[in-house]
Design a protein. Structure first.
Length: 115
């Protein structure tokens, strides 16, 4: 069982930056694929970025060049550095972890980008 707790959300102006953190419980965190998802108001949850156990990463086209996912396995934490934020980045950001699919989810952290 893995518990995930996100933090770091808040209110930021267009063009600003935020760094989200996701702290995980469990000894096997380093063996999981971890990811960030975004749910905009009134819309479905969408994939943002993922990090494999080996450190490989992939991103949604909408955030490439602006967001960076990273992980610190020693601290059981995954990060999402968000730069050049846009109003459409507003929403709740969720951390997820799993092997073949994302079965563990955090409660989410709110990000609001003002125009």
């Amino acid at each position: 069982q893995v518990q995930l707790v996100e933090s770091g959300g808040g209110l930021v102006q267009t063009g600003g930056s935020l760094k989200l953190s996701c702290a995980a419980s469990g000894r096997t965190f380093s063996t999981y694929h971890v990811a960030w998802f975004h749910q905009a108001p009134g819309k479905e949850r969408e994939f943002v970025a993922t990090s494999s156990p080996s450190g490989g990463t992939s991103y949604a086209d909408s955030v490439k060049g602006r967001f960076t996912i990273s992980r610190d396995n020693a601290k059981n934490t995954v990060f999402l550095q968000m730069n050049s934020l846009k109003p459409e980045d507003t929403g709740v950001y969720y951390c997820a972890a799993g092997y073949g699919s994302y079965v563990y989810w955090g409660q989410g952290t709110q990000v609001t980008v003002s125009s």
